[in-house]
Design a protein around this ligand. Structure first.
Ligand SMILES: CNc1ncnc2c1ncn2[C@@H]1O[C@H](COP(=O)(O)OP(=O)(O)OP(=O)(O)O)[C@@H](O)[C@H]1O
Length: 169
């Protein structure tokens, strides 16, 4: 039996993720944390979450970075890096679309929150094997300065990518 195919142009719930970067001794690091609750619990993730009604992805990223780490980033300084579509045909409630941002400037020191305990990782030490399965396929490129527009379809195990496709810009 084939994988169920996602329906046409469904309006998916919108979420955001923001990779905060810093430089230490000329070496770039990214702020990640192991998610404590909810979707993706146990995986390392960037800071982010659901958009509130009427909220832009940029404003949501600013808010989520603050809620999850205490850091302050400015909307005008966030770099939009693309959009990821996640389909879970076996658990439609998990399907969502994530706007991706990078922040290279911030104020404050990261502090633990209810959502995660933030930790800095050198870009060549990002724990890709402890992240959602899609991350290894696009995150290194985004952290190296790239953009992404890709769809990932997850299988019946709700954790493995079974299809992916790029979108024409
Ligand atoms: C399926 N493959 C995936 N790969 C990489 N990252 C994924 C992801 N699926 C979701 N994400 C991230 O997870 C956050 C939303 O999580 P989500 O739990 O819905 O949001 P939020 O934390 O606001 O909600 P709760 O407070 O837990 O209800 C958001 O940053 C989003 O980019």
């Amino acid at each position: 039996m084939g994988e169920p195919v996602p329906g046409p142009s469904t309006a998916l719930p919108q979420v955001c993720v923001c990779y905060v970067l810093r430089e230490v001794d000329g070496r770039a690091e990214v702020l990640l944390g192991r998610k404590k609750h909810g979707l993706g619990r146990g995986y390392y993730v960037g800071l982010g979450g659901k958009l509130e009604p009427g909220e832009s992805a940029t404003d949501a990223a600013v808010r989520e970075v603050h809620e999850e780490s205490g850091l302050i980033v400015l909307a005008g300084e966030l770099e939009p890096r693309g959009l990821l579509t996640y389909h879970f045909p076996h658990r439609e409630a998990w399907s969502q679309e994530s706007s991706v941002f990078v922040a290279r400037s911030f104020t404050g020191d990261p502090a633990p929150s209810d959502e995660l305990d933030p930790e800095w990782f050198a870009l060549d030490e990002v724990p890709l094997d402890e992240m959602w399965d899609d991350a290894k396929r696009w995150l290194p490129g985004v952290l190296a300065g790239g953009r992404v527009r890709r769809t990932f379809v997850f299988g019946a195990d709700l954790s493995s990518v079974v299809h992916e496709h790029n979108h024409v810009a």
